[in-house]
Write a protein that binds this ligand. Structure first.
Ligand SMILES: CC(C)[C@H](C(=O)O)[C@@H](O)C(=O)O
Ligand code: SF4
Length: 469
């Protein structure tokens, strides 16, 4: 029977299937951060159990860690401090792989996993975090789990799961200049809505996806969850293998050859059956920004703030509320929206390619906003950006150059918006209060966020490119 990529990875990991279809899946990699693991470790301790596979478990603090250079002085907020201290203790006691705050390899868990070669094609990867979908870019079945499931995986290295349906999202053709992976993934959510993927695992395919770098593919898969899907996947290819080869925890020698032989079988068969198919033309995708408080509230930068009455399906009220929260008027040009702050970072867009894209726009220019920060996704991304001279470009432009962490993606650490403060952000969620109580978030690509920093308002990056700095 023809299979999708999802079917193949699923079938390779089923340990047991119940008569009702519920399966016990083997888990290859368990990523752990400080927010969703303390209770899980505690549960294990109470039951007198040990971590079953410490060698397949990787821990790193990211959400609560400050990103200012003085962070070795510790964490002020008691709740944040307790979580990070608990992770430190649990990781050391259980003997899992651990990248503490002062380790250069520390960073956002979804950036560290691929960077260290923990994430490999064909694997099952879980983490108590919804953006685990990121790892799907390698052709791994990767998704978030709840804290009780974290405990279950720690104890057994397995997870109880129901199989999802298969959805194909095809992006045909090539992206126009100035349009990036972030614009693809936001545009898909704009087309399907935040519930469009509910009950499905999405496989992204088509020429535009093939043409993306691994970094870009991670950006696309990262937001599968914002489209409601269980996970996002991209079939591995030469680019994937090249990215993985030589990473610290990637297989070597004969093991590499054996792994590669299997990885090359990881694609959806031509006649595989899809439960849902969405097709977008890359040529039709523009640089986009969000105007509201849901990732589906997305429009090309050339558009105007929508009229709430133009919405159907009971969404008029939500749109009205979103405009009130965002402090926007229907009919306003998106490029007339002035912003206070720029945040470039997160597991969506905190990788080296994202920083390069921002630097290209910022080179030789100065910011026109109150504050702007670039937060690399890991200590190694930070080091590479310094080596490539990007950090200097950012600082010369007036950006703060930070240490790695989730930072202003969510308000769990000192990097937060003040009430009413408006931010151009490269993260993945624009919910009310996401970046701080009363804060207003516009999601976009790193190039678009850099352009907004230069002009002080939402800006079409295509208008800046080719202009003298
Ligand atoms: C804190 C964590 C559980 C959460 C998630 O699951 O995604 C966070 O990473 C987020 O992005 O909202
Ligand atoms: S960077 Fe943002 S989205 Fe990613 S794990 Fe951290 S808080 Fe979640």
């Amino acid at each position: 029977m023809p299979k999708t990529l999802y079917d193949k990875i699923w079938d390779a990991h089923v340990v047991h299937q119940d008569t009702d279809g519920t399966c016990l899946l083997y888990i290859d990699r368990h990523l752990v951060h400080e927010v969703t693991s303390p209770q899980a470790f505690e549960g294990l301790r109470m039951a007198g159990r040990k971590v079953r596979a410490p060698d397949k478990t990787i821990a790193v603090p990211d959400h609560n860690v400050p990103t200012t250079p003085d962070r070795e002085h510790g964490i002020e907020n008691p709740e944040s401090r307790i979580q990070v201290e608990a992770l430190d203790r649990n990781a050391r006691e259980s003997g899992v792989h651990y990248y503490p705050v002062n380790d250069v390899r520390q960073g956002i868990v979804h950036i560290v996993g691929p960077e260290q070669g923990w994430t490999l094609p064909g694997m099952t990867v879980v983490c108590g975090d919804s953006h685990t979908a990121t790892h799907g870019a390698f052709g791994a079945l990767a998704h978030g789990i709840g804290t009780s499931e974290v405990e279950h995986v720690l104890a057994t290295q397995t997870l109880i799961q129901q199989k999802s349906k298969n959805m194909k999202v095809e992006i045909t053709g090539s992206l126009p200049p100035g349009v990036t992976a972030k614009d693809i993934t936001l545009s898909v959510i704009g087309a399907t809505g935040t519930a469009g993927g509910t009950g499905y695992v999405i496989e992204y395919c088509g020429q535009a996806i093939r043409e993306l770098s691994m970094e870009g593919r991670m950006t696309v898969c990262n937001m599968a969850i914002e489209g409601g899907a269980r996970a996002g996947l991209i079939a591995p290819d030469e680019k994937t293998f090249q990215y993985v080869m030589g990473r610290p925890h990637a297989p070597k020698g004969a093991q590499w050859d054996a792994a590669l032989a299997w990885w090359k079988t990881l694609y959806s068969d031509d006649d595989a059956q899809w439960d849902k198919v969405i097709t977008l033309r890359a040529e039709d995708i523009a640089p986009v920004v969000t105007w509201g408080t849901s990732p589906e509230d997305v429009l090309p930068i050339t558009a105007h703030v929508p009229e709430p009455d133009s919405f159907t399906g009971g969404k008029t009220g939500a749109a009205r509320r979103a405009l009130a929260y965002m402090g926007l008027e229907a009919g306003q040009k998106l490029t007339d929206i002035e912003i206070d702050t720029v945040f470039i970072g997160s597991c969506t867009n905190g990788r080296i390619e994202d920083l390069r894209a921002a630097a290209e726009v910022l080179k030789g220019r100065k910011i026109a906003v109150k504050r702007a920060m670039i937060v690399p996704g890991s200590g190694l991304v930070r080091a590479q950006a310094e080596e490539e001279g990007l950090a200097q470009i950012f600082m010369d432009a007036g950006f703060e150059w930070r240490l790695a962490g989730c930072s202003m993606c969510l308000a769990m650490n000192p990097d937060q918006l003040a009430p009413g403060e408006r931010c151009a952000a490269t993260s993945n969620r624009n919910f009310e209060g996401r970046q701080g109580r009363g804060g207003r978030t516009h999601l976009m690509s790193p190039a678009m966020a850099a352009a907004a920093a230069i002009t002080g308002r939402l800006t079409d990056v295509r208008d800046l490119v080719g202009e003298p700095a």
